[in-house]
Write a protein that binds this ligand. Structure first.
Ligand code: GUN
Ligand code: FE
Length: 423
C-alpha cells in the first residue's frame, strides 16, 4: 500500500452548509484515497513520508463542471453580445480554427497549462467538432495529470457551413470513430457525449447520439435554459416538448439512469427543475458567463434546498477566467444581486455553499471527490496565503474566505490528484 501524509491548515466541506477546518493538521492518504485527518499524527503513520506545508491552506481540488477549451483563446474578448449573436460572431469562427492541428497544439497547450496551474483538479470540457484536435486536447490534459471528461462536440445545423458536420450520418460516424480511437488510451481522461445544444443538432442526430450513449455507456453534457431567445427557439424547434429539459428527455439525452451535466439552467421552470431532480441531472452553474452574456442569475440556493445536484463552472469563454476561486466569489456576488433586485425568497449563497459547489458539489460527478472525509479520492490544493498579509492573526476559515477573493495561481504551492503530486 502507498501512503502519503501532508501537513498544513486543512479546510473542507462536510455538506453544503458545513465547512470544517483543522489548523496544523495531518491529511493521510492511502492508495489515492483519504484515510483521515488528524490533529496529531498517530504513531502508526510516523514512518510514512511527510510533506510539510505548515502555514499554508490545504483544500480539496476544485471541479470546473463546464468549460470550453477552444474558447480559452478568446477569453476576455467579445463581451458585448447575448448568447446567440455571441456564438455566431465570436465563438463559431474561433472554433473553426481547430481544424488546423498546429493551431490546436498552441491553443490547447496554453489551456492545459493554465488549468494545471489553477486550483482545478477535475473538469468537464467541451472541445470542438474536430476529432484529431479533440484527441490532442485529451492527451495534453492526461499528460498534465488532471482528471477530466472531454467531449467532441456534435453540431449539424444552425451554424456556419465551415463548422457544421452537415449530415447526421457524418456527425455520428465521426463520434464513433473518436470513441473507438481513444479506447484505453488515457489514464485520467474520459469521453463524454457532447451535443452542443438542441438548436445545433437535428432530431435524428439527437436520437442517434442517444443510441451511441447506450452502446458506449458514457455520460452526456449539454446546455440548458441559458438565455430567453434560446428558450423561445426551442419552443419552435420542439413544439411537442413541455419544456427545454423535456425536449432532451424525449431524445433520450437527459440523464435518465446515467450521468448528465446541463450547463446554466438560469431560467428553468418548476417542471424542468423537477425533471432534473428526478433524473439526477447535474446543474453546472456558471455565474460569470451568465453575467457577461447578460443571461441572468440562476436561483442556486433554491436548487440546493430542493436537493438538485449542482456544481460550479467557469464556462470559458462566456466566463473570462479559469479560476474556480473567482467562480466562487462571482456566484456569491451574483446571488446577492438576484436577491436584492429580483427575489427575496431565494437566499444569497453563503461562502460555505459556494465553496461546497466548487469542491463537493461538482466533485460528485466524478464519484467521491471534493472533500477530505474518509474514502474520498485525494485531490488537494496547497495555497500559500502569506503574501495576503493582514495586521492580525486570522483563523483558518477567515483565511480561506479571504483567499477565495484575493489569491491567484501565484499562491498555489502544490497540487495533488488521486494522491499523486502533479504540481
Ligand atoms: N450554448 C451553446 N453553445 C454555447 C457556448 O459555447 N457557450 C455558452 N455559454 N452557451 C452555449
Ligand atoms: Fe457553455
Amino acid at each position: 500500500m502507498s501512503r502519503t501524509v501532508i501537513k498544513g491548515d486543512l479546510c473542507w466541506s462536510r455538506g453544503m452548509d458545513e465547512l470544517n477546518t483543522v489548523q496544523n493538521g495531518y491529511l493521510v492518504c492511502e492508495d489515492g484515497k483519504i484515510a483521515g485527518v488528524f490533529d496529531r499524527l498517530p504513531s502508526r503513520f510516523a514512518q510514512d513520508p511527510l510533506q510539510d506545508f505548515s502555514g499554508c491552506l490545504i483544500m480539496p481540488g476544485m471541479t470546473d463542471l463546464h468549460v470550453h477549451a477552444p474558447q480559452f483563446a478568446f477569453r476576455g474578448l467579445g463581451m458585448d453580445m447575448e448568447l446567440l449573436e455571441w456564438l455566431n460572431t465570436y465563438t463559431f469562427p474561433e472554433e473553426s480554427k481547430y481544424r488546423d492541428l498546429a493551431y490546436a497544439e498552441r491553443a490547447y497547450g496554453s489551456f492545459a497549462d493554465h488549468l494545471l496551474h489553477s486550483v482545478t483538479t477535475r473538469a468537464s470540457i467541451f472541445a470542438t467538432v474536430h476529432v484529431e484536435a479533440t484527441e490532442l486536447l485529451m492527451q495534453k490534459l492526461d499528460d498534465a495529470g488532471l482528471c477530466t471528461f472531454v467531449g467532441k462536440v456534435n453540431m449539424n445545423r444552425n451554424c456556419p457551413q465551415y463548422l457544421s458536420e452537415n449530415s447526421t450520418n457524418r456527425s455520428l460516424k465521426e463520434t464513433e470513430r473518436w470513441l473507438r480511437e481513444i479506447e484505453g488510451r488515457y489514464r485520467r481522461t474520459k469521453p463524454i457525449l457532447t451535443p452542443r445544444f438542441i438548436p445545433s443538432c437535428t432530431d435524428d442526430l439527437m436520437y442517434g447520439l442517444a443510441r451511441l450513449r447506450e452502446k458506449y455507456e458514457i455520460p452526456v453534457q449539454s446546455h440548458l435554459s441559458e438565455n430567453y431567445s434560446e428558450i423561445e427557439w426551442i419552443k419552435e424547434l420542439c413544439p411537442r416538448s413541455r419544456h427545454y429539459g423535456d425536449a432532451y428527455q424525449q431524445f433520450g439525452l437527459f440523464g435518465d439512469g446515467y450521468p448528465c451535466i446541463m450547463a446554466h439552467c438560469v431560467h428553468s421552470t418548476e417542471a424542468e427543475q423537477e425533471l432534473m431532480l428526478k433524473n439526477g441531472v447535474f446543474v453546472a452553474h456558471s455565474p460569470e458567463s451568465n453575467m457577461n452574456l447578460a443571461s441572468g442569475v440562476a436561483p442556486i440556493s433554491r436548487y440546493l434546498d430542493n436537493g438538485l445536484k449542482v456544481g460550479l463552472a467557469s464556462d470559458v469563454a462566456g466566463g473570462s477566467h479559469e479560476s474556480m476561486l473567482k467562480a466562487i466569489t462571482h456566484a456569491i456576488q451574483a446571488s446577492k444581486l438576484r436577491w436584492r433586485l429580483l427575489d427575496q425568497n431565494v437566499k444569497p449563497l453563503s461562502f460555505e455553499r459556494a465553496f461546497y459547489l466548487a469542491t463537493m458539489g461538482g466533485g460528485a460527478f466524478f464519484g467521491k471527490v471534493g472533500s477530505f472525509e474518509p474514502g474520498y479520492e485525494m485531490d488537494a490544493v496547497v495555497l500559500d496565503d502569506a503574501s495576503l498579509d493582514h495586521p492580525q492573526e486570522l483563523d483558518v476559515r477567515a483565511r480561506l474566505e479571504r483567499a477565495a477573493y484575493l489569491a491567484d495561481d501565484r499562491n498555489i504551492t502544490a497540487k495533488f490528484v488521486c494522491g499523486e503530486r502533479i504540481l
